[in-house]
Design a protein around this ligand. Structure first.
Ligand SMILES: Cc1ncc(COP(=O)(O)O)c(C=O)c1O
Length: 360
């Protein structure tokens, strides 16, 4: 290493730490994300804890895969033609993924969202060229809900598609054909468990089904659930209860119903873990301190769940989870002492990690 500038070097294959393939545009850069060994947590547990680095997708989240899968499906079955319009009701990462892909493929993009969302989110979507339509935040049962408005508007626009991320199973299929096979290859099939939380359920169902089938049922697939979601009670009551208790600071996850994306896989799940926000926020700071990973709250929750599942499966087990996005989109909250205090979460952060809460 010392005088490589003056002496010159010849790199062996092992010394290279980059891939050399050219990706075709934004779309070609989606997927093929690293699988990261979380060293400290693995050492602490005596297990192998692995995180699929979905924050490295070009739009910054796991939802780039779903957005691309849904758009490809609409193109393939002739519902979306050149110059068409993509319409979705979303407050988050799916809209960002769709907006990027629409620019890359020359489609118009219309996003309906509740008017309670932050100005940053609205501005980002606008910067990506989307036509953003904030509408009053009303319950799903109300026909003026942002999802229904997106669907209704799409019916009036020729050559348009309502992408319907919750119930359009092209979403889970994108994970079945990309994220799942990538994890299988990256681990050489040596894994015992996969666990993640769900919004649409696309990631859990798509990856879960692939790993379940490929391993002949050897890989256990588990659900991680935040407070305020009904899925944990549904699973643990054998499908009898839909209990929604509490609320969560996590964004993009938690569900009040069984979506079409989750529907076919839910009966194969080995179990569920309920993860309190106190544990998620402590992990968010811990993993920043020990691994240098700057993760959003759903990723932190997933990592807590992966550790708990590994402990259940026993020493030496290997568990994979999903690192959905980075903290960048939430930093004004997650690193603000005042905001954490208002949520009763400041005390949950261990004393030696509080130095990372740099915002007042
Ligand atoms: C930050 C974040 N984490 C997790 C998820 C859940 O992914 P899925 O919709 O595949 O269940 C989402 C979905 O929008 C998300 O935005």
């Amino acid at each position: 290493m010392l005088n490589w500038i003056t002496r010159g070097v010849r790199l062996s294959r092992q010394q290279r730490w980059f891939t050399t393939e050219v990706s075709k545009g934004f779309v070609g850069a989606v997927g093929n994300t690293p699988l990261i060994l979380l060293k400290t947590l693995s050492e602490r547990t005596g297990c192998t804890i692995l995180g699929k680095a979905e924050f490295q997708n070009p739009g910054g989240s796991v939802k780039d895969r779903a957005a691309l899968g849904i758009i490809r499906d609409a193109e393939e079955n002739g519902r979306l033609k050149p110059g068409g319009t993509v319409i979705e009701g979303t407050a988050g990462n799916t809209g960002i993924g769709l907006a990027h892909i629409c620019r890359a493929k020359g489609y118009k993009c219309v996003i309906y969202m509740p008017d309670t969302q932050s100005q940053e989110k609205i501005d980002l979507l606008k910067m990506l060229g989307a036509d953003v339509r904030p509408v009053p935040a009303v319950a799903y049962e109300n026909p003026r809900n942002y999802n229904h408005q997106a669907r209704d508007y799409a019916e009036t626009v020729p050559n348009s598609v309502w992408t319907d991320q919750f119930d359009n199973t092209a979403n889970a299929y994108a994970h079945y054909t990309s994220t799942g096979p990538e994890i299988w290859e990256q681990t050489n099939g040596n894994l015992d468990g996969f666990i993640c939380s769900t919004g649409t359920g696309g990631t859990l169902a798509g990856v879960g089904r692939y790993l379940r089938e490929k391993s002949n049922g050897k890989v256990q697939v588990w659900l991680a659930d935040p407070p305020g979601s009904v899925l944990y009670s549904y699973l643990t009551s054998g499908g009898k209860l839909f209990e929604r208790t509490g609320s969560s600071i996590t964004e993009g996850i938690g569900q009040g119903r069984i979506t079409n994306n989750l529907g076919t896989e839910v009966k194969y799940l080995s179990g569920g873990l309920h993860i309190a926000d106190e544990k998620s926020i402590a992990m968010l700071y811990d993993i920043l301190d020990t691994e240098g990973l700057y993760l959003g709250a759903s990723s932190a929750l997933n990592v807590v769940a992966a550790v708990e599942l590994a402990q259940k499966l026993g020493k030496g087990s290997t568990v994979v989870t999903v690192l959905c996005d980075g903290a960048y989109r939430y930093q004004s909250r997650l690193f603000s002492k005042k905001w954490l205090q208002s949520k009763g979460l400041l005390e949950a952060i261990p004393g030696h990690l509080i130095k990372y809460a740099v915002l007042d």
